[in-house]
Design a protein around this ligand. Structure first.
Ligand code: NAD
Length: 486
């Protein structure tokens, strides 16, 4: 592709597509081919100022729009997203690399968030007590908080922004989104379709860029709240700086998700689920299964099954039929992953499947084959760190208690899964494991939009999570009125 054919992405401010003040740009690359597909602006503080002012102005009228009327725009938006499902999924595959099937599922997850948010008239109702004392009544009324800033990662270009802006907007707030600079294309399409659904100008704004835009949002006096999703160090930084500036902040962070396989489990199901959870989306999921603790009694059977199944995985461009494993996001990320594989070997883990040696990997793009380590211990970096790539670690344990004790050593606590058919052990797992999202006999226990997305420990900073009633609480504030009728 020649330089001139590459599309320059624009910001979306006050209902208009605008060229940022900053002339700095970064290449957007299709990770399956290495090809430059667009150029994203690295916007400046001035661009943030422009967008926040537009959002603050729009807030004054948007907050007055009746809730059912706001919800109706979301119903229309939902229909447009359904109509453009294939197109959106293809765009995700092109900019992120995940297979078309995974991308299609991601669009579904995004649409579900819009469907949940469209219930705003019910979700945002207050409550009353008509008789708190003789002749006295009290009631709770819910209101929006103002301008919300959203900062999102590369791995879910549709689902993660959809966790934020539909609910924030339907509850009466206005929004400034800063998508990942590595996957900025889908966000603009989401804004175009929202505009087509009838969203008034200035209610949703997009400022593309990197840390300068993030800092601009974190420091801006007119930004009331920040929703962040990304890696652990950045989540911690965003939470600290945002709260220091007296904003509401929810910061969803990195993860290392554990599965426990017990001797009574259906091993065939465990193999299928773990393969999909570990290597789907090239392991670049905050809910990816990256560590398995397996009871000694079934360890050989499980490991053999995982290796056999991983050997059958088709690697390649996610747009090609039957491809399961696409590339990781960038060359640097591939290099980092290869270094982790080397580290695992040096730490003494047993490499039972080496993804560096896959023969059927395309020449271009940033591919790493499915990699499996056995006999991994909690002292090893490959056990501790979020690798965020198709690398799976297996530890062998004597029983459930040892597995839980091992898992709870992790600083992260996003998801955890148990494979068993023993109800009593399910209860022990639920009561003793440190994790916010639990699964039994499934690989990726990601909750649907009407439940909170609920990481613990270093996987989340804040108190109100995204989605569900937590999301409604985060994007609203309350008045309590007490009345004496005289
Ligand atoms: P990232 O932290 O590199 O980037 C996230 C966002 O922060 C981007 O918009 C980026 O521009 C911005 N950013 C990056 N560095 C910054 C800095 N120094 N200062 C200010 N802003 C900065 O994350 P990523 O690589 O895009 O996404 C992958 C990470 O996101 C993984 O760690 C994954 O676990 C996590 N994630 C978590 C969840 C969850 O629900 N907990 C969901 C999805 C992804």
């Amino acid at each position: 592709m020649t330089q001139t054919k590459v599309k320059s992405i624009q910001n979306y401010v006050g209902g208009k597509w605008v060229t940022p003040k900053s002339d700095q740009t970064e290449d957007v690359i299709n990770p399956a081919t290495g090809e430059v597909i667009a150029r994203v602006p690295i916007s400046s503080d001035e661009d943030v100022e422009h967008a926040v002012e537009a959002a603050a102005e729009a807030f004054e009228t948007w907050k007055e729009v009746a809730v059912p009327k706001r919800a109706r725009i979301l119903f229309k938006y939902q229909q447009l997203l359904v109509d453009h499902w294939d197109e959106l999924a293809e765009l995700i595959t092109v900019e992120n690399g995940k297979s078309f099937k995974e991308a299609y599922g991601e669009v579904q997850r995004g649409i579900e968030c819009v469907e949940f948010a469209a219930g705003a008239p019910t979700l945002t109702m207050g409550s009353q007590l008509p008789s708190i004392a003789s002749g006295l009544e009290s009631g709770v009324y819910r209101y929006p908080i103002g301008v919300v800033g959203g900062i999102t990662p590369f791995n879910f270009p549709m689902m993660v922004p959809a966790w934020m802006f539909p609910l924030a907007i339907v509850t009466g707030n206005t929004f400034v989104l800063k998508p990942s600079e590595r996957t900025p294309l889908l966000a603009n399409r989401l804004a175009e379709l929202f505009e087509e659904a009838g969203l008034p100008e200035g209610v949703l704004n997009i400022v593309h860029g990197a840390h300068e835009v993030v800092n601009g949002l974190l420091d801006h006096q007119k930004v009331a709240a920040i929703s962040f999703v990304g890696s652990q160090p950045v989540a911690e930084y965003v939470y600290k700086r945002g709260t220091q500036n007296l904003k509401r902040v929810q910061a969803l962070s990195g993860a290392k998700n554990h599965s426990i396989v017990l001797r009574d489990a259906n091993i065939e199901n465990a193999v299928d689920q773990i393969i999909s959870a570990a290597f789907g989306s090239a392991g670049e999921r905050c809910m990816a299964c990256s560590v398995v603790a397996v009871e000694n009694a079934v360890a050989d059977e499980l490991v053999e099954g995982l290796v056999r199944k991983a050997n059958g995985i088709k690697i390649g461009n996610g747009l090609d039929e039957d491809v399961f494993l696409g590339p990781v996001i960038r060359d640097q990320h591939k290099e980092r992953t290869l270094q982790y594989i080397e580290t695992g070997e040096n730490e003494g883990a047993k490499l039972v499947r080496d993804g560096r040696e896959d023969q059927n990997i395309p020449n271009q793009g940033y591919f790493v084959g499915p990699t499996i380590f056995d006999e991994v211990t909690s002292e090893m970096k490959i056990w501790q760190d979020e690798i965020f790539a198709p690398v799976l670690s297996i530890s062998r344990v004597e029983n459930l208690e040892e597995a839980v004790q091992l898992t709870n050593q992790s600083r992260f606590a996003n998801g955890a899964c148990l494979f068993t058919n023993d109800g009593g052990r399910v209860r022990t797992f639920r009561e003793t494991i440190d994790a916010g999202m639990l699964g039994v006999n499934i690989g990726v226990p990601a909750p649907m939009a009407f439940f909170p997305f609920s990481g613990w420990k270093d996987s989340f900073y804040g108190d109100l999570h995204v989605n569900g009633q937590d999301g409604v609480e985060f994007y609203t504030r309350k008045k309590v009125m007490t009345t004496r009728w005289v």
